[in-house]
Design a protein around this ligand. Structure first.
Ligand SMILES: Cc1cc2nc3c(=O)[nH]c(=O)nc-3n(C[C@H](O)[C@H](O)[C@H](O)COP(=O)(O)OP(=O)(O)OC[C@H]3O[C@@H](n4cnc5c(N)ncnc54)[C@H](O)[C@@H]3O)c2cc1C
Length: 822
């Protein structure tokens, strides 16, 4: 057997130790773990982590990571002493809003397969007798949550990894990364170079320092977070022995940004209620000092910040009134712009990876995913929300990282609506149509730094003109947030007249050069070797047949392609896969260009007077592109539509964008044109069954499961990634399916991530949902067992209630495609 790669892991915290364990378990035995601090308590965040593991999260991936941490830590010990104490988790509500949110969270738990119950106040007190019955309305109980003893788990994992050949070395600071020919070759330390084929930085909140050594942006912010231990709590005396430590569930009081854990006869209290306290690494012990300083990640306790939460703690847990704070510290750990961890390889230095901004809770899951990436080339769990390359350039600036990470600290326990935009920073990226959109009263939400109109207040009068069958039903207060009935009017006009959609924020990549065709042939499931002007909807698969992305590829020249992509991950993927002989150039052209989706039965009437080019059915066929001029503006028009109506995506240079908008707008007036936003768009796309990657499908799904088998061209002569994996599969072989549901009562709108029950049992979860204005019913797409055929009655869990729905044949609108091809 050939030798496995030499791996250096930087950091012997819970992530580094887990990674050494996962790699050696896969036979990669040449693993060296280096830490600047002494072993095993290195002084990083892990050394003093109180280790509460609340598994459930809006993200399926993060919940799966946590579930694996629970499973793994339950199975390890140090000389018989536990690494995971499954005391359960209890989150209490003191407001009706929180109680409702706990019901929503219980829905996520059910969707992701975690057993849980919302319980009443009496049951909360039975589970945690210290809680004041009169202060709470109820709680969410998750019996499999508990306490991870992170510092002990590090010892257990290190021992296991060492037994398989790994080496752990403390008091060794990495001061540089050695590289040659664009690859890592080792790490520099004061004692010399340690050679390596792969380096993984698990340096926690020091991550930016390590990234800087290879010029890599690591968008995290070290923040201090207060944690205190009480003195003896009389009501806890005699409950636990030193070994067991705790028997009460871990407790969250999110309405006051607090959490609690037991330790023998004391309580630990963590608080997010204080001001964000960013930490400048330069002020922490460095180099030699780390060896002497026991805990660089423990900053002095600022009592004044803790005083109000101590009061709140004593209100929730009256037993604390006869206790006092014994010790406390301001502990440092990482926050990121979106709260997710950071996993991935440097774009410039092959073999340099990071796994940072990871909680103890997710540590084993993240480490397993990284080990799978290194050893197998892919993770079994979808990583798109964790990939360090998920951020747009503008989101990597220190100002953005600092502001948004601090905001995440403040909001960590807030009830956050899925559409809720951040208030600041805003206006980072605006399309050339922005001023016009403002004039029309656009209500903007933000994504990827872009301002995106969701609807236009200028269309409000149209709501009164809606035909009865288009009038949307009232929504409940939650579903009505960040929504307006104006969306119904915009959808109506799109289906009956014509609308302009700002498609500028959708990522556009230009792939060109003599090797462009071959690259796209290899990376996608469709036939790319078509005539100039062809547009192809296609999939990028991974080796196992999982969907990495869906792409719309337009061949604009023999060696020139425009790729409509899902975001920065596609750019990163294409760049990594491109040959390094200069035969392919890949550029993100999104910022310098713009796009209007002009769609509706009267779209052709709008352009007719504006162009000498042929926009007839023959002149520009469905899924064809051509260069043209509209109102004097040079454009590339593509005959396709996410909303399922006749029309084009019209691309222009950003400098011409405003004029393009104005000429279309003016010409459209006599045809009833409206500007329409994302709310209408999302409804119309779901009516047509168009999938959104990242929501509806990910690398965890194959094309046939996702209902996208048509995009895999079996007769394609060129080989492509994933071909072998999907060769034997078809829509008939799948065990699960992305299914279209319509809601039986015609009015109850769900928002996504809700559990779906078949025969009363959890069977899947909602991916995307909207009210279908054309069909007059709410729609939800959901992953369900393939046995749930069309006509099957199901129920969707929504804030603790069940909504009846039916699996329905898709698409709901225009299955014959007559509107698009007209
Ligand atoms: C007060 C507090 C409470 C918390 N509570 C919880 C909780 O209840 N549940 C939970 O899940 N998480 C909790 N966390 C978060 C959790 O502790 C961290 O996210 C986690 O421990 C990070 O693990 P890590 O291995 O990535 O980082 P660390 O443990 O910080 O390890 C990184 C290591 O890298 C080493 N290193 C850095 N630079 C270099 C270099 N140049 N050369 C060599 N070595 C280097 C450091 O010495 C360090 O040992 C808490 C954090 C704090 C501060």
């Amino acid at each position: 057997m050939s030798a496995t790669p030499r791996v250096v892991v930087i950091g012997a915290g819970i992530v580094g130790a887990n990674l050494a364990d996962e790699l050696t378990a896969r036979g990669w035995d040449r693993v060296t773990v280096l830490d600047q601090g002494p072993l095993p308590l290195t002084g990083g965040s892990t050394s003093h982590a109180p280790g509460l593991v609340f598994q459930t999260n809006a993200s399926r991936t993060m919940t799966a990571f946590a579930g694996y941490t629970v499973e793994k830590f339950t199975g390890i010990d140090v000389d018989g002493a536990w690494c995971f104490n499954q005391v359960g988790g209890l989150e209490v509500a003191t407001t009706p809003e929180r109680l409702a949110d706990l019901h929503r969270k219980q829905g996520w738990a059910t969707s992701w397969g975690v057993e849980s119950q919302v319980v009443d106040a009496d049951e909360c007190v039975r589970l945690h007798p210290l809680v004041d019955r009169d202060r709470i309305l109820g709680g969410l109980h998750i019996p499999s949550d508990g306490l991870a003893k992170a510092s002990r788990a590090v010892v257990a994992l290190a021992r296991r990894a060492e037994a398989r050949g790994a080496r752990f070395q403390g008091s060794t600071r990495v001061t540089g990364i050695e590289q040659a020919g664009g690859r890592v070759t080792g790490v520099r330390t004061p004692d010399g170079v340690v050679p390596a084929d792969v380096v993984v930085s698990c340096a926690g909140f020091w991550g930016q320092e390590l990234g800087a050594m290879v010029g890599m942006d690591v968008p995290l912010l070290p923040l201090a977070h207060q944690f205190a231990w009480t003195g003896q709590v009389p009501d806890l005396v005699g409950r636990n022995d030193e070994l067991g430590e705790a028997s009460l569930p871990i407790l969250r009081h999110q309405d006051q940004d607090l959490y609690f854990r037991e330790r023998v006869d004391r309580l630990g209290i963590g608080s997010y209620a204080h001001r964000p306290m960013p930490v400048d690494l330069r002020e922490l012990p460095q180099g030699e000092d780390v060896r002497e300083s026991s805990m660089p990640s423990m900053l002095p306790f600022t009592e004044e910040d803790f005083a109000p939460v101590w009061e709140q703690s004593r209100l929730l847990l009256p037993s604390l009134r006869s206790s006092k704070i014994d010790t406390g510290f301001n502990g440092v750990f990482s926050f990121t712009p979106d709260g997710g961890p950071l996993i991935g390889e440097s774009p410039d230095v092959a073999g340099f990876w990071i796994a940072e901004a990871v909680w103890v809770t997710h540590s084993a899951g993240v480490a397993r995913a990284v080990a799978q990436l290194l050893v197998d080339g892919r993770s079994e769990i979808d990583l798109h929300g964790c990939d360090v390359h998920r951020f747009e350039d503008v989101q990597l600036s220190p100002e953005y990282v600092s502001e948004t990470s601090q905001q995440n600290f403040v909001e960590v326990y807030d009830v956050v609506h899925p559409l809720q935009p951040r208030m600041s920073p805003r206006d980072l990226r605006v399309s050339p149509f922005h001023a016009r959109q403002q004039e029309l009263g656009a209500v903007f939400l933000e994504a990827g730094g872009w301002e995106r109109p969701h609807w236009y207040e200028a269309n409000a009068p149209l709501v009164d003109e809606l035909p009865a069958e288009w009038v949307p039903p009232e929504r409940d207060a939650w579903a009505a947030r960040f929504w307006s009935p104006i969306a119904a009017a915009e959808a109506w006009r799109t289906r009956t007249a014509v609308a302009m959609y700002d498609m500028t924020p959708l990522t556009r990549l230009e792939v060109s050069g003599p090797g462009a065709l071959a690259l796209l042939q290899r990376l996608t499931t469709g036939e790319m070797d078509k005539s100039v002007g062809a547009v192809t909807y296609t999939l990028a698969l991974d080796e196992a047949g999982g969907i990495r992305s869906d792409l719309t590829v337009a061949r604009l020249g023999e060696q020139l392609f425009q790729v409509g992509a899902n975001g920065p991950l596609d750019l990163d993927h294409l760049r990594r896969q491109a040959p390094d002989d200069g035969s392919v150039q890949i550029r993100d052209t999104t910022g310098g260009t713009c796009c209007i989706g002009l769609w509706g039965p009267r779209a052709r009437d709008v352009v007719r007077g504006l162009t000498a080019d042929d926009f007839s059915d023959d002149g520009l066929k469905y899924f064809r592109a051509k260069r043209a001029r509209i109102g004097g503006v040079p454009v590339t028009a593509m005959r396709l539509s996410y909303v399922g109506e006749l029309g084009w995506e019209i691309y222009a240079g950003a400098d011409n964008g405003r004029r393009l908008w104005d000429v279309l707008w003016a010409a459209g007036q006599e045809h009833g044109i409206v500007a329409a936003g994302r709310a209408a768009f999302n409804s119309l796309r779901l009516e047509k069954g168009y999938r959104a990657w990242g929501h509806d499908m990910t690398t965890e799904h194959d094309p046939y499961e996702a209902g996208l088998g048509f995009a895999v061209r079996r007769q394609k002569t060129a080989d492509f990634v994933g071909r072998q994996a999907v060769a034997g599969r078809s829509a008939d072989t799948v065990g699960r399916r992305l299914s279209c549901l319509t809601i039986d009562d015609g009015r109850s709108v769900v928002l996504g991530h809700e559990p779906v029950f078949v025969d009363g049992r959890p069977a899947g979860y909602v991916t995307s949902a909207a009210f279908g204005h054309t069909v007059g019913r709410p729609i939800a797409y959901a992953w369900l067992p393939a046995s749930a055929a069309v006509g099957t009655s199901v129920e969707i869990g929504y804030f603790g209630t069940r909504i009846a729905a039916t699996v329905t044949a898709e698409p709901l609108v225009d299955p014959g495609m007559t509107r698009l091809r007209g």
